[in-house]
Design a protein around this ligand. Structure first.
Ligand code: AMP
Ligand code: MG
Length: 363
């Protein structure tokens, strides 16, 4: 295949990011990777404020793209395509990044690839050396998403289950808010849990032992809120114990749901599989260790991207864009920003012309 060099742009939540990636017959190479987080701007509100996020993207996106291009020592003319997140996400932020991508594509006469952010996460384990080969079972756990997806090929995804209420990252963030730990909550809950007694609070494990691989965290969240109400004034030890008890419940839930998802995956793809975790929550070491142990138990290889590619980044967007470009796909400049965009629809968008796209591909 001809090597493809693609600029990726990510702005769907609270990270402004740009990266340059080259895809050749040896796989993807991240040439530059710049992420500018907005945590400090959102911290006073203990959560992401969409308007603040959109304005912050406007302020720093140009500089972020310039930094990624400078790090890569490339000019726009040397790129083969521009990939920008087109959804799902906070609509103001998505519009900022997508419009910037369209402007660069138009000015430099390059193809635009409108990337589904979830496809970026789904393919992110392939960024690392020796990354996951298809097919694999993906647990996507982030601030806005919580689902199992069979990743069969680029653009070919089957959703097995998803959350009925909160995303897992959201549950971590809400507990942190309840305990006044700060924002973003996930890493703070994880480190508080290290000093806590995971058996002190008997918390529910919603859907444990049930069929399927959907998630629910509302009951767990409510039980945490009740415990806080009962305690009244909380000591640091109370907080650590609650975090540890919460995380223990999460680990049991994730293991139980993953076992069921593996059964669904096995029934189609045979027993020896690959389990991949991606999204911000996949940065949690306790969750990674539990999934790794489960993988050993079930004969699955467990793969998680390096931490920097678990949370939102543009390298994964550039990869999804380059993979689509390789298959001969690009998008019209009228492509809309989408606040909601399920990944399974990705398959519908790609499948009808999938074979034609392959034939037409340059590789
Ligand atoms: P993303 O939505 O992929 O940008 O990831 C952000 C989400 O991941 C937020 O909800 C964070 O609280 C969560 N997160 C990040 N690090 C951790 C961690 N170590 N443990 C649990 N959740 C985490
Ligand atoms: Mg984020």
């Amino acid at each position: 295949m001809n090597p493809l060099t693609v600029l990726g742009i990510e702005s769907s939540c609270d990270e402004t990011a740009a990266a340059v990636l080259r895809l050749d017959e040896n796989g993807p190479h991240v040439i530059s990777d710049v992420v500018r987080g907005q945590a400090a701007q959102h911290a006073p509100y203990r959560g992401v404020v969409p308007e603040i996020a959109a304005r912050a993207h406007v302020e720093v996106l140009d500089g972020t793209i310039a930094a990624a291009m400078a790090d890569a020592r490339l000019g726009f003319a040397e790129l083969d395509g521009i990939a920008a997140t087109a959804g799902p996400g906070l609509i103001g932020g998505v519009m900022v990044g997508l419009l910037a991508g369209k402007a660069i594509a138009l000015a430099h006469d390059k193809p635009l690839i409108a990337v589904n952010h979830l496809e970026g996460h789904a393919l992110s384990p392939r960024l690392a050396q020796g990354g996951a080969t298809f097919p694999y079972l993906l647990l996507l756990v982030s601030g806005g998403h919580c689902q199992f997806i069979a990743v069969l090929d680029v653009g070919v995804y089957r959703r097995y289950g998803s959350t009925m209420d909160d995303a897992l990252g959201e549950a971590f963030d809400k507990l942190a808010k309840l305990l006044n730990l700060g924002f973003p909550g996930g890493p703070l809950v994880e480190s508080a849990a290290e000093n806590g007694d995971s058996k002190r609070f008997a918390l529910p494990r919603p859907l444990l032992g049930r069929e399927g691989c959907d998630f629910s965290f509302a009951g767990l969240k409510t039980a945490c809120a009740r415990a806080v109400e009962r305690l009244g004034v909380l000591t640091d030890q109370d907080k650590a114990d609650l975090c540890a008890s919460f995380q223990a419940a999460v680990l049991d839930i994730v293991e139980d749901r993953t076992r069921n998802a593996m059964r669904m995956f096995d029934s189609v793809w045979g027993a020896k599989g690959r389990l991949v975790a991606a999204g911000g929550v996949a940065a949690n070491q306790a969750i990674r260790s539990r999934l790794e142990a489960l993988g050993e138990d079930r004969g699955y290889d467990f793969i998680a991207p390096p931490l920097r590619w678990c949370t939102d980044n543009a390298a994964m967007i550039a990869l999804a864009g380059a993979e689509r470009l390789r298959l001969g796909f690009s998008d019209d400049l009228s492509f809309p920003a989408r606040p909601r965009w399920p990944l399974d629809e990705e398959a519908a968008r790609l499948r009808p012309s999938h074979q034609a796209g392959r034939k037409g591909a340059k590789a």
